[in-house]
Design a protein around this ligand. Structure first.
Ligand code: GLN
Length: 477
């Protein structure tokens, strides 16, 4: 069977006409996963479960039973989102062998709408990283150039879509972990508003930032997936009760958009000159198409990454304190008293980057420094949010490049954490402010690698981001 995936509406049409079956589709993806094992994107392929689900769906169609909204969609899931009866490791040694007793809410919602889960994807350990190099399972290779990183932390999910190992995948985004790898792999990476999708069943990194989102090939698939996963959940008190619109029916953007851009992001020594030129060209094209495009001062750029790292490490140091080696996960072989067992299990089980962040977070929360760092960063977060919302009260969209460069070489930044953290310079603003953002794959660099442009919008304007993404991909690529 020769099969090329375009979008979910097209696939569902083909399935309904019985031009192909869910079983054939799943068999295709299982083969793809097998043939691309060297990319290290998939940690586990659920061949048997996926085929059972496929047969069940084919049966439903034959019997003319009602079909779910995501009927036939083959999805891979980042290894920080738990699935019942499946291992969930957060790519960490400390969780090796841990099996979840329940499904994350987003997984239950996908399955209830007839999606097919094909497997679990590699990521940075506890979603901490920008290159997928901190995973205990080893790095993921970028399918556009296998000597390059795919970005992180959701690198496996990005490559799973890039290399056609699935139709769409789930990631989590705390500071850019969906949008940055989406940019480096030429996929659509969408992080909804904080609280739009339940965090129940996500292995927490920084709870006031974490949000589940999607990698897709196009806007319509992101729209359909988000609609299914979004909405209030009694298991997550921070999930929003705002009604969830039918995003896929709202893919037409307003004829005249008001678009803001920050000169500070562009006059930045770290920005690749070619990305900068493309960004300016895109602004000119948008103006020529009749949109309002204005530069707006944003003087807080230099504060974004420090604010992000003070607050997220503080939250991580608390969230990760539950991994003690006592109840589950890795436990040291050494027999000793309970404190010693916990301390050794944690020393053995956590990787270097995770330890660095736990120590940093513990430091900024320590009694002598709490006000100087943590309280201070909370205040700066509020200022950044207010400033961002102020711009978004006057403009529909803020546009920036998603990443300052295209994918970098494996190993290039591993010895310099600060350099690595700066890869997030454009993506941390949205989670600091709690707003939705998307990376749109618009360009290919002369070095042959893809990169994206980022759009941000006001809270709960997912509809607008998806509509503009659809428009840009059709007319500005
Ligand atoms: N790269 C960022 C970090 O290392 C973002 C991670 C994320 O969004 N989970 O923290």
């Amino acid at each position: 069977m020769s099969f090329r995936y375009e979008s979910l509406p097209v696939l569902q049409e083909q399935l309904r006409k019985q031009e192909l079956s869910c079983r054939e589709v799943v068999e295709h993806y299982v083969r793809q996963c097998h043939d691309h094992r060297h990319l290290n994107a998939m940690l586990e392929v659920f061949e048997e479960d996926a085929l059972i689900q496929a047969d069940r769906l084919d049966e439903k169609l034959r019997n003319d039973l009602p079909l779910g909204k995501l009927y036939g969609m083959v999805i891979a899931v980042k290894d920080v989102i738990v699935m019942k009866g499946k291992e969930a490791t957060a790519s960490s040694a400390i969780l090796q062998g841990f099996e979840s007793l329940f499904n994350a809410t987003c997984i239950d919602r996908l399955l209830a709408e007839d999606a097919i889960i094909i497997g679990r994807t590699n990521c940075d350990e506890f979603a901490m990283g920008s290159s997928n190099e901190t995973s205990i399972h080893g790095p993921v290779l970028n399918a556009a150039d296998e000597t390059k990183v795919p970005g992180g932390s959701s690198g496996g999910s990005a490559v799973a879509v890039q290399a056609d190992l699935c139709m769409a995948s789930l990631g989590t985004d705390t500071g850019g972990s969906i949008r940055q790898p989406a940019s480096l792999t030429g996929t659509v990476g969408f992080k909804p508003t904080y609280g739009r999708i339940s965090r129940y069943g996500l292995i927490a990194y920084a709870s006031s930032f974490d949000q589940c989102g999607t990698f897709t090939r196009n806007a319509v698939d992101a729209a359909m997936l988000t609609e299914v996963m979004a909405g209030q959940d009694p298991h997550d008190a921070t999930s929003s009760s705002q009604p969830v619109p039918d995003y896929a029916a709202l893919l037409e953007p307003p004829a005249k958009l008001r678009i803001a851009w920050y000169p500070q992001t562009i006059d930045n020594g770290k920005l690749d000159p070619e990305v900068k030129q493309q960004f300016h060209d895109l602004l000119e094209k948008l103006k020529a198409a009749g949109h309002t495009v204005e530069s707006v001062d944003f003087t807080y750029l230099d504060y974004l990454v420090p604010t992000y790292y003070v607050l997220t490490t503080a939250e991580a140091s608390s969230n990760l304190s539950r991994f003690s080696g006592i109840h589950y996960g890795h436990r040291t072989e050494v027999t000793a008293d309970v404190d010693e067992v916990i301390s050794r299990s944690r020393s053995e089980g956590f990787g270097e980057e995770v330890k660095r962040r736990i120590m940093l977070g513990t430091f900024v929360l320590s009694s002598g420094y709490y006000d100087a760092y943590y309280t201070h960063a909370q205040k700066v977060r509020r200022i950044i949010r207010n400033e961002t919302l102020d711009v978004l009260s006057r403009f529909d969209i803020i546009i920036t490049p998603t990443t300052p460069t295209t994918a970098f070489a494996i190993g290039e930044k591993t010895t310099d954490p600060i350099e690595m953290y700066l890869a997030d310079i454009y993506t941390v603003q949205a989670p600091i402010a709690g707003i939705p953002a998307i990376s749109v794959p618009l360009h290919t660099h002369s070095n042959g690698l893809p990169y994206g442009m980022q759009l941000m919008a006001a809270p709960f304007r997912e509809d607008l981001l998806l509509a503009v993404t659809d428009h840009l991909m059709q007319h500005f690529r």
